[in-house]
Every structure is written in structure tokens, then in C-alpha cells.
Design a protein around this ligand. Structure first.
Ligand code: NAD
Length: 302
């Protein structure tokens, strides 16, 4: 079907490992584009869900990856990616391209890449932004790091899932870009929430504050799309888990430390997100950090 240099066009065989909130809809986009897709997840429930959506699944990871031209991982973090790869790498065919689309740690990605590329596999990082909604309609933003030749091969596969594809540089640069984007978003959210808490205590109306911010230089994604909708309204259901935001902010912060870049704001931001994640638990939405910050404020008055 394809050789080691030709682009992976449909009906190339793709294994997608990790059929969770992002992986399942992204796999369905590949099915829609006429790739031959076989999904796998360690959770039988996730496999069953994907199967009921019309996707093909294997009950063993080795069967899912056998003969695949490309393998996509959409897993919680670098540790899970490493574990999954260890469990199936001996079943992967020689010219396969492995694409880690999880939000992983760029330093770990570079280490893993040295091993995989050393064994002759293609390996690129291609994390996404846009969330579940844009995974469902195939319009994700994808940040891709790795060798141009391997990205050229994988590009048609990425195009089936994304609308904007950015080549960010060497292996790991996509993962670095993703973590840094989410750091900027997370820091902006904290600044907005903190400003509203201060303003409210002083007697300002949070809704009026949001209106002013949105036509002033303080405007950001949180003031526009989250403050009124999910935080002031106390619905806390924007759809992106707090634990994933805390992980991404932590990755950006540990990258700064790994390469000796002073990052005092990132240090403080990472601590707040980690504390909120520990306090609010695995099921909390990231906008619930508004509740956590308000809680800190009321504790102070106790
Ligand atoms: P999820 O928890 O819904 O799905 C992860 C899946 O991986 C689960 O079904 C789990 O059973 C499976 N899994 C874990 N270890 C495995 C292994 N060793 N082998 C096979 N399957 C395994 O998470 P998600 O929301 O789909 O996120 C996946 C990745 O995408 C994460 O890195 C996340 O940070 C990133 N991401 C998520 C969003 C979002 O809005 N949810 C947006 C952008 C990026």
C-alpha cells in the first residue's frame, strides 16, 4: 500500500491507541476519511463505546498495531505513552510512523524519540488544541514536531483530524508549544478570576467587570468565553478537565526548569493549579478553579 517515504493516504491502516474523550472522535474522523482504523484502549468500556459508534476495535493491543502503517497514541500523559509503546512495540512493522497526539512532556518525548528512531521507526509529536467539540468535527489545531520527511508522510492523516496544522520544529516542539499555550491560557484564567474576586470584595459587579474587560486591554479567552458562562454562573462545565490543565501547566513549568529558564509566574501558576486539582478531584472541570480561588478568599476571612 505504501512505502517508507510515500504519504499515508487512505486506505492506509491506522491503529489508534486511547479511545477516550479525544481519541474516539478523532478515530471516527479517520474512518470517515476512508482510512482502515483499528482502535484499542485498556478500558473495555472505552472499546465498547467506540465499537457502538461504528469503529473497529481489537481486544489485544498487539492485534491493533500489527500491520499498521501509522499508530496514533491519545493517552493521558508521557508515562502512559511509554507504557503503551513498551506493550506493543515488538508487534509494529518496520516502516510504521508513530504519532503521539497526547499532551505529553517534550523532554520525555525527545528521550522516547531517540529510542524509537534508533530502532528505525518514524516518530513525531502532534498534540492538539480545540477540545472535544473540534475533535468531533475534525477541525482541531495540530502542532507537529519532528523530521520533515516523517511529517510529510503523516500529513494526510493529520489533515483528516485537523484544520490548522503548524510545523513547530524538531521532535518535542509540538508538545512544548501545546504545554506553553495551555500555560498562557491557564495564567490568563487565574488573572481574570483573581481580578473578579478582588473587584467583588471592593464592591464591583462581576458581570459589569466582565463587560469592561471584554472591551479593554484585559480581554482574554477566559473573560470572553468562560467568566460569565461557567465561573460567575457557577456552572463550572466548560468541558476541559482541571486535572489535564494542571498537568499541562506542570509540563510547561518543568520544561522551564529543565532548560534553566527563570519562570516565577509559571512556578506560582503551576502550584495553584496543582493545589486546586488535589482539592477538587479528578472529575472537576478546569473552570472550577474559580470556586477554589473564591474558597481561599473566604478561608482568609474565617
Ligand atoms: P481520556 O482520559 O478521556 O482518554 C484517555 C484514554 O486512554 C482512556 O480511555 C484510557 O483508558 C486510555 N489508556 C490509558 N492508558 C492506556 C494504555 N496504556 N493503553 C491503552 N489505552 C490507555 O483523555 P482525553 O481527554 O481523551 O485526553 C487524551 C490526551 O489528549 C491527553 O494527553 C490530554 O491532555 C489531551 N487533550 C485533551 C483535550 C480534552 O479536551 N479532553 C484537549 C486537548 C488535548
Amino acid at each position: 500500500m505504501s512505502d517508507a517515504t510515500s504519504p499515508l493516504l487512505p486506505p492506509a491502516r491506522i491503529a489508534l491507541i486511547g479511545l477516550g474523550n479525544m481519541g474516539a472522535p478523532m478515530a471516527l474522523q479517520l474512518v470517515k476519511t476512508d482510512y482502515q482504523v483499528c482502535g484499542f484502549d485498556i478500558s473495555p468500556d472505552a472499546r465498547q463505546r467506540f465499537s457502538s459508534m461504528g469503529g473497529g476495535v481489537a481486544s489485544e493491543v498487539a492485534s491493533a498495531v500489527a500491520g499498521a502503517d501509522a499508530i496514533i497514541t491519545l493517552l493521558p500523559d508521557s508515562k502512559a505513552v511509554r507504557q503503551a509503546l513498551d506493550s506493543f512495540i515488538q508487534s509494529v512493522k518496520a516502516d510504521c510512523v508513530i504519532i503521539d497526539m497526547s499532551s505529553s512532556d517534550p523532554v520525555e518525548t525527545r528521550k522516547l524519540g531517540q529510542e524509537l528512531i534508533g530502532k528505525g521507526f518514524g516518530f513525531i509529536d502532534a498534540p492538539v488544541s480545540g477540545g472535544v467539540r473540534r475533535a468531533v468535527d475534525g477541525t482541531l489545531t495540530i502542532m507537529v514536531g519532528g523530521s520533515s520527511a516523517t511529517i510529510d508522510r503523516a500529513e494526510p492523516v493529520l489533515q483528516a483530524m485537523g484544520k490548522s496544522i503548524f510545523r513547530t520544529g524538531d521532535l518535542g516542539s509540538g508538545h512544548a508549544m501545546k504545554a506553553l499555550n495551555n500555560y498562557v491560557s491557564a495564567a490568563g484564567l487565574l488573572a481574570a478570576v483573581e481580578a473578579v474576586a478582588i473587584g467583588k470584595q471592593f464592591g464591583l459587579d462581576p458581570l459589569l467587570m466582565t463587560d469592561v474587560l471584554n472591551v479593554s486591554t484585559g480581554r482574554n479567552n477566559t473573560t470572553e468565553a468562560k467568566l460569565k458562562q461557567f465561573i460567575i454562573s457557577e456552572t463550572y462545565n466548560a468541558g476541559f478537565p482541571l486535572k489535564l490543565m494542571a498537568k499541562d501547566v506542570g509540563i510547561a513549568n518543568s520544561l522551564a526548569h529543565a532548560i534553566d529558564v527563570p519562570a516565577p509566574l509559571s512556578d506560582a501558576c503551576s502550584k495553584l493549579w496543582t493545589d486546586a486539582s488535589n482539592a477538587l478531584g479528578n472529575s472537576a472541570d478546569h473552570t472550577a478553579i474559580g470556586k477554589h480561588i473564591a474558597g481561599l478568599n473566604s478561608q482568609k476571612g474565617d
